[in-house]
Design a protein around this ligand. Sequence first.
Ligand code: NAD
Length: 536
Amino acid sequence: MRAGFPMTYKVLVSDKLSEDGLEVFRKAGFQTDHLPEITQEEILATIGEYDAWVVRSRSRATADILANATKLRVIGRAGVGVDNVDTPAASKRGIIVMNTPGGNTISTAEHAIAMMMAIARKIPQADASMKAGKWDKKSFMGVELRGKTLGILGLGRIGQEVARRMRGFGMHLLGYDPFVSDDTLSQLAAEAATVDDICRRADFITIHTPLSPETKNLINAERLATMKKTTRIVNCARGGIVDEAALAAALEKGVIAGAALDVFENEPLADDSPLRTAPNIVITPHIAASTVEAQENVAIQVAEQIVEYLKDNNIVNALNAPSIDPKVLETLKPYLTLCEKLGSFAAQYAGKSRVKSITTRFSGSVLEYELSPLTTAFAKGFVETTTDHPVNYVNARHILKERGIEVLETKRSGQFRFSNLMTIAVACEDGSENTFSGTVFEPDHGRIVIVNDKTFVALPEGNLVVIENNDVPGIIGRVGTYLGDKKMNIAEMTWGRRDADSHAMTIINVDGDVDEATLEGLRTLPDILGARLIRL
Ligand code: NAD
């Protein structure tokens, strides 16, 4: 222990924690109170004694408790989600909030593989038949994995672990993830493919994406219809990515050979869900991460991180940034907010090709400030739309690095049309690049002003319908009438075009949500070349 530090630190563990984690604290000489039954009122009364606080999901680190936490320096969540921790309140008091991402990655990857094998060899069905007193060998003809094509949707932490393991089974890998680089795919020996390619070609499909507007019902009736009769699907990611009614119908009709699900749109799964009775399905009650090791991993990881922080001041997996000077933050706030929105816009605008690198560019008066937090804000907005892990100023750039996406920061001096301009350029593996720029008009009105070569003044808030169209008269009236007929209220509308270009882009801020059918209708109007929804 370094000179000047107290001889011992006091840790409150207010939820049930594996013994291995407690042992880490003991070995470090920390005094640990493991009180898994403690009430919120008792925490409020005693929190002032503690230097560190470990929670899982039961106890809540609320603002009023934190107001009493006079000595507290760190809150560690043994697990991923931090909905039960008031992170802004902790940040205000300089308390670091940490989680333990990755603690259940292997368990979840292994469960997906177990599910794949269970449906390949019909193990649960054969087991049930044996237990019903039968000896039926004919009904359980299986298939090998070796030599088969496995399509992996989402190549983040879990998807990558599945890929590495399934190579060992002799499978040919197809991967789809717009936010990982070629390098990552080639390291995994996976062939890049689109979702539609995977649906057509794969013998097994395993899903490892977050649930987002882009992935909701990613596997729907139309895509199921393009699959081979022998295809088997596994979803251990999130309910809602596979359309449950369409899947049950596809299994009933023999459109595909099997499915295995650990996650459901509504949990617990309804007693009368057709998934409970569909043929060739294996279902488990969201247990992919429920292993002894995953519990131990998160306990050990959180304890090690806390010891490392309190003893050596090393911060690992923090979810709140080490405090930026509040005065600087106040000045930068409109710029940070705009960069986050542009980052999110850029990720949602991403085309078919995978992202290779992100370059941020700054010009004008913004050059007076430290630019690194602004680049991080771009990265945060970008990553946030692609994962359901908590993303923040501490981990955003790290996550991009993990996916093999390079982040570069550049400055431009000289005279420009805007007094300050912040740009994110997203380069893709196919050589294409999309750029998105914004400016902050005094005093703090952030606006999107350039998308590729088109200029606008668009409000970066709420739901934006982005339309690409031929630059001909009558478009605005046509689109306005169409949305009016759909009872959609237009809050703002702006359009941009390049001089002497026949293409234009229209950005419409609408009140309320816009469904895929409405977008599809827009796409069929004359002179409309494309329409997409961006949620900011
Ligand atoms: P991650 O954030 O590391 O990886 C997600 C990957 O999905 C990223 O590489 C991202 O680029 C990619 N992605 C985002 N949008 C996409 C899209 N539209 N199309 C294709 N790819 C897209 O997350 P992870 O830790 O690997 O977790 C993956 C999923 O597993 C998450 O949904 C998570 O909630 C779920 N999960 C489930 C359990 C369980 O108990 N069943 C346990 C842990 C995680």
